[in-house]
Design a protein around this ligand. Structure first.
Ligand code: UD1
Ligand code: UDP
Length: 388
């Protein structure tokens, strides 16, 4: 009988980064994925699943407009707890650092189901930035039995937190698998009509982080406005996150601005197409930093720190924070100085080779078939014992 792996998907980035894993597990002779969509981001996740030909097996419908973090946490805990009580799966996979991921891992732990953490070992070392993600992923490290680190650096961080080396696997980031899959399988459709201006240099903008909502995001909008005013040769395309808190800050400043197009979230295919066509990117997104690094697109990162220093070292990411003047200076530099732009435009494989999902599938097959839910457990003495 195949072992069942519940894969928890809450938000847009989890759907993108877990889609290749769900597909790989689906091809296994030994494992059976059960895709649980919490619908923390309902529509955006559905769109991505459609792109990848995935149908959720379970939909928990937890999203509510203007939902508070603690309410989201509570409803996820109730729904996932009940699901695992009724469906004793063999393992649970979670990805990254969202509330769906944390509560997915915690609910599995309450049912003594082993947890695999995809994209393990990312740290900013600032518990309030990104918020609440830094704490979520740190807690998931304590919960998980298998840590799928995207890079050697992430694996080192896990070891520095005394995680047993035998449970850490360097797989690459599954976002690179998603990128490759998309380029191979889809229609390379044009972006919906009316939002690109082929004559101008395209600057792709995204901004959604909770800790940037308020004055920082207002500064970002003002900086884009000034850049658009002073650079008529550029076109700023800003697909807005559906969070109403984001839109209330962005729209009053940018909705009537020449050279700026605000739009609904692009589907993944459209977004990648825009990224390919862009001259550079301004973003506080995690996934976009990885994709842009893989494709060699410069990113001005709207944060003071990043848990993806590999991209800074590779030269594609530059941390600019949210100060208006700093964004203006960095944006102007990229637009007027081809050398500065060229220096940030070298694609890099630091985030993976596109085979992460396959590696995760093989590791789970090995662990679940041999251990058969008997998990290695180290007593404080360091002596290895087997526990049921
Ligand atoms: C969430 C994740 C964050 C991830 C991001 C990716 C948490 C706490 N945060 O942030 O780690 O980087 O997704 O995009 O898990 N909303 C809608 N429609 C939607 C999505 C959200 O109306 O499709 C509203 C929600 O109802 C809520 C607000 O936006 O009021 C924030 O949504 P939430 O999922 O809590 O956090 P995000 O900022 O989207
Ligand atoms: N993305 C998308 N459409 C958009 C904006 C982003 O498909 O309009 C994709 C992008 O390619 C990346 C992911 O969404 O893979 C990033 O999601 P987000 O920025 O919401 O979350 P984060 O990565 O910061 O957690």
């Amino acid at each position: 009988m195949k072992k069942t792996i519940a894969v928890i998907v809450g938000t847009r980035p989890e759907a993108i980064k877990l889609a290749p894993v769900i597909r790989a597990l689906g091809f296994s002779d030994h494992l059976q994925p059960i895709t649980i969509s919490t619908s923390q981001h309902g529509e955006m996740v559905e769109q991505i699943f459609e792109n990848f030909g995935i149908t959720a097996d379970v939909d928990l419908q937890v999203m509510r407009p203007r939902q508070k973090l603690w309410d989201l946490t509570a409803i996820l805990s109730t729904e996932l707890g009940a699901y695992f009580s009724d469906h004793p799966v063999d393992a649970v996979l979670v990805q990254g650092d969202t509330t769906s991921a944390l509560i997915g891992g915690l609910s599995a732990f309450y049912h003594k189901i082993p947890v695999g953490h995809v994209e393990a070992g990312l740290r900013s070392h600032d518990r309030y930035s990104p918020f609440p993600e830094e704490l979520n992923r740190t807690l998931l490290t304590r919960i998980a039995q298998w840590h799928f680190a995207p890079t050697p650096y992430a694996a080192d961080l896990l070891r520095s937190e005394n995680i047993d080396n035998a449970t850490i696997y360097i797989t690459g980031n599954t976002v690179v698998d998603a990128l490759h899959w998309m380029s191979r399988h889809l229609r390379h459709s044009e972006i919906r009509p009316g939002i690109l201006n082929g004559q101008r240099k395209l600057v792709l903008v995204t901004c959604h982080r909770r800790e940037n909502i308020g004055l920082p995001m207002r500064s970002v909008a003002l900086a884009i406005k000034h850049l658009a005013d002073s650079h008529p040769e550029a076109h700023f395309l800003f697909p807005m996150h559906p969070n109403p808190g984001v839109r209330e800050l962005i729209q009053p400043i940018l909705s009537k601005q020449n050279g700026v197009t605000l739009c609904e979230p692009l589907n993944y295919e459209e977004f990648l197409s825009a990224l390919h066509q862009s001259y550079f990117v301004i973003s506080d997104s995690g996934g976009v930093q990885e994709e842009a690094t893989a494709l060699g697109k410069p990113v001005l990162v709207l944060r003071r720190e990043t848990e993806r220093p590999e991209g800074v070292e590779a030269g594609t990411l530059r941390l600019v924070g949210t100060d208006v003047q700093e964004i203006l200076r960095a944006g102007h530099e990229l637009l007027v100085n081809p050398e500065s732009h060229g220096a940030m435009s070298n694609g890099s494989g630091v985030f993976g080779d596109g085979k992460a999902a396959q590696k995760i599938q093989k590791i789970l097959e090995q662990n679940l078939s041999t251990a058969n839910r008997i998990l290695p457990f180290k007593k404080p003495t360091g002596e290895l014992v087997l526990m049921e």
